[in-house]
Design a protein around this ligand. Structure first.
Ligand code: ZN
Length: 454
């Protein structure tokens, strides 16, 4: 009844979105959202199903069709092109229209498409990228890079024809394409030449063959710019006097939250807070892209206002993660079904359609799921046990079904129904009156009433 009262009192918010925040859960399918919700509650000692995630409170939802132009099962690069730039793309390509062919440098030229982040910067907003992956990964990379091969993190990964053709690696493009104010995540090694030792790991060096230190390049000619590579340095950054901040905390991806060294590596929340404090000084507002592969979205609510900030949470694609079978209320989310298979053996309620969990023992039968194995796994939650899968693969694949879009703030009611994934970029740009889809409130056929933020 309370939910009905809330629904009846919902009003569309026609304010101008001064700020845009896109939270991207890589691979965060709906089954993952459900499992995350239950796990969160169970870690707090509750049954779990009734738990409310922050994104569960967002009033507007849509489904996003994630397929690529040439693939039913999408990849993270072509999907990033869709939700960031507004066009469907070719599998494995980033920031290019579908005319481009994967790995073919010659198809890049004149096929570049630009992200909402890029357009927001051109409109005078401050912009930022925060991620738990390398900042050159496909999802953050779609904000600034145009490449026919998503794996060209540095020039060391590029084949001779791409180098000869003048196609630039993603780390190079991070520094040269878009004037980004805040860049926080992993990916140091792609920025440093291969004769420079990593500051944290003495046995590792940079990756680059062009003898260029891209961190120095980025700092060059910028006022009030800082580079940091550990948590203490990040904590010491004064938001009031810093206009540009690059923080690269690992050579590749940052570590999972459970494995993170809290002394040396900042948490995602700490990175997001620092970013918002720097970006929100701009009176014209900001665009922030946040990638989180652990579906934990919370805590920065206090830093923004729903009145002038559009927040969107979505996924690039799903995984072949399935979650079901007979289980009573409060059943451990990583635990056993109360059913027993026709082979008289136990199984977990979380299973994969394919992946490394496939196993047939020497008798040609499925290994039993020992209760001790799963209860040990439940305690440690992230390591030690691989759920069974139907088909053997070294790692599980992406899923092909729709993912959810959760939205709140100005114009968030644009997120409704079943939409192509590329719609996300158009709706976000429209909400903030960003080119090329300016909101024309005077000639608006829908006669929308648009207020500015008074
Ligand atoms: Zn992905």
């Amino acid at each position: 009844k309370e939910a009905l009262v809330t629904a009846l009192s919902l009003k569309h918010n026609f304010h101008l979105a001064k700020n845009l925040i896109l939270f991207l859960g890589d691979g965060m399918g709906v089954s993952t959202v459900t499992a995350t919700r239950i796990l969160k509650g169970q870690l707090e000692g509750k049954p779990g199903e009734e738990t409310v995630l922050t994104m569960d409170t967002f009033p507007n939802l849509a489904l996003s069709k994630t397929y690529n132009v040439n693939m039913q099962m999408p990849d993270s690069a072509a999907t990033a092109t869709a939700y960031l730039c507004g066009v469907k793309a070719t599998y494995g390509t980033l920031g290019l229209s579908a005319t481009a062919r994967r790995g073919q440098c010659s198809t890049e030229k004149n096929n570049e498409v630009h992200s909402v982040l890029h357009r927001a910067r051109a409109a005078g907003k401050s912009v930022g990228i925060v991620t738990t992956t390398r900042v050159q990964h496909a999802s953050p990379g779609g904000n600034y890079a145009h490449t026919s091969e998503r794996n060209w993190y540095s020039d060391a990964a590029q084949p001779a024809d791409a180098l000869a053709g003048g196609c630039k690696d993603i780390a190079y493009q991070l520094v040269h394409n878009t004037d980004i104010n805040v860049i926080l995540g992993g990916g140091r090694q792609y920025m440093l030449p291969n004769n420079i030792t990593d500051p944290e790991y003495a046995k590792q060096t940079g990756d680059r063959l062009d003898n260029t230190n891209l961190i120095d390049e980025w700092l060059k000619n910028k006022k009030n710019a800082k580079y940091v590579w550990n948590k203490a340095q990040l904590d010491a950054v004064d938001e009031d006097t810093t206009e540009y901040l690059m923080g690269l905390f690992e050579p590749k991806d940052t570590r999972y939250e459970l494995e993170r060294n809290a002394e040396t590596d900042p948490s995602l929340t700490e990175m997001v807070e620092k970013a918002i404090k720097i970006l929100s000084k701009n009176p014209k507002g900001f665009y922030l892209f946040v990638e989180d592969n652990e579906a934990k979205k919370a805590l920065y609510e206090a830093l923004t206002s729903e009145r002038d900030t559009m927040s969107v949470v979505t996924a690039d694609h799903s995984h072949v993660f399935s979650f079901g079978s007979s289980s009573p209320r409060g059943n451990p989310v990583l635990g056993l079904s109360t059913k027993i298979g026709t082979d008289k053996k136990y199984f977990t309620t979380a299973l994969y359609g394919n992946g490394p969990g496939f196993a047939i023992d020497s008798n040609g039968t499925r290994p039993d799921i020992n209760i001790n194995i799963t209860s040990k796994y439940i305690k440690i939650c992230a390591t030690g046990y691989t759920q069974q899968s139907a088909v053997p693969l070294s790692s599980e694949t992406h899923g092909s079904e729709d993912v959810a879009i959760f939205a709140k703030g100005p114009m968030s009611h644009l997120f409704h129904g079943v939409q192509e994934q590329s719609y996300i970029a158009h709706a976000m740009a429209y909400a903030a009156c960003i080119d090329p889809t300016p909101r024309q409130n005077k000639t608006n056929p829908l006669n929308l009433i648009v207020n500015t933020n008074k």
